[in-house]
Design a protein around this ligand. Structure first.
Ligand SMILES: [Cu+2]
Length: 345
């Protein structure tokens, strides 16, 4: 399998890559542990010694991708993940180094489709996903297909000559414990801003200039699309009808967790129920104050046991706002990572 394809950062709802990498795949030293702390299974993995010697824009940085398993999963490999924390840390001090975060992923290879499907992702602005009480993401995937990915970003030239590790901490329950506690399983998918490069008009997308040639994909009508585009200076709103990319669930669902993936200079990302003309959820991104410092400080997330309705058959729209405060074009993406469960009647 082409490692570049395998490490595609942010596949769409149907599993296709939303942007592909051109960064080098590196073999790092790895330490791993899987133990019980306060009655909970805790898996830790550290990928060590990523050398950062220059600017790496989105998807250009060195990355590692290795199989992962859960020692205390059930016989069929099932592990119920209650929280996932993935972040770069300084190799020497062990302190978080969020400025070097492109993304981390818990993902699954789908060899028969030569594809990768991310389940859980963190990126600059949020390094920890903690599902609300009573909910967990259940995976019964095993190595070699279940993988952890860590990728470096360095948008700011002044911060070169550093070494970082990627540290993953995953809390999980085994099947019997999840059943005993009545934990509800979450299903993962994502919705992404999608732009059209020309050659046709797609009412679901907006027109854009692509950020990377590698991430351009033709749609069913051979119209080139990308989910990794360039934003000119100034404030811009990008609207995508994400309905065609939604999973075909058998019925209504409830959304219990949403996290954002955006690039520096993003202002907000919102999901709207177009059928009801109603806001579902809106998250904001907080940026570094200095317009020359391309860095996200925080992104908002949604986490709630009660949940938000996700209605089968409704049309959904994603609205991304970028405020490019520089004098040059910047790269952009806009993805919402969604976790849904069956609606309890
Ligand atoms: Cu991205």
């Amino acid at each position: 399998m082409d490692p570049a394809a395998a490490a595609s950062c942010h596949p769409g709802a149907k599993g296709e890559a939303t942007h592909s990498v051109r960064g080098p795949l590196v073999q790092t030293e790895v330490t791993e542990d899987d133990k019980i702390i306060n009655g909970e299974h805790v898996k830790t993995v550290v990928y060590k010694n990523y050398k950062i010697d220059r600017v790496y824009h989105s998807m250009e940085g060195p990355f590692s991708m290795r199989p992962v398993s859960f020692k205390h999963g059930s016989n069929d490999g099932a592990a119920w993940i209650t929280s996932y924390h993935g972040e770069p840390v300084d190799h020497v001090t062990g302190q978080p180094a969020p400025e070097f975060m492109c993304h981390t992923l818990l993902s699954i290879n789908v060899p028969e489709r030569n594809d990768v499907k991310p389940y859980i992702a963190t990126s600059q602005g949020q390094s920890k996903i903690e599902f609300p009480p009573g909910f967990a993401f259940r995976t019964n995937d095993k190595p070699p297909n279940l993988q952890l990915v860590g990728m470096v970003l360095n948008n700011n030239a002044s911060r070169i000559g550093r070494t970082v590790d990627f540290r993953f901490t995953i809390h999980y329950l085994e099947q019997a414990a999840a059943e005993a506690k009545g934990v509800q399983p979450l299903e993962a998918f994502n919705v992404a801003a999608n732009c059209v490069l020309g050659g046709g008009v797609d009412p679901n997308a907006f027109a854009c200039e692509p950020a990377m040639a590698q991430s351009i994909k033709p749609d069913g009508n051979q119209v080139p699309h990308t989910r990794h585009w360039l934003v000119p200076p100034g404030r811009h709103t990008y609207t995508t009808d994400v309905t065609p990319d939604l999973p075909n669930f058998p019925g209504d669902k409830m959304i219990h967790y949403i996290s954002m993936h955006v690039h520096p200079y993003a202002e907000s990302l919102e999901l709207r129920d177009k059928t009801l003309n109603r806001l579902v959820w809106k998250g904001k991104a907080q940026q570094a104050a200095d317009p020359n410092d391309a860095r996200i400080l925080t992104t908002e997330h949604y986490s709630n046991s009660a949940g938000l309705p996700f209605v089968k058959g409704h049309r959904y729209q994603l609205i991304a706002v970028y405020n490019n405060r520089t004098d040059h074009k910047i790269d952009a993406m806009a993805v919402l990572w969604m976790f849904v469960a069956d609606k309890k009647s």
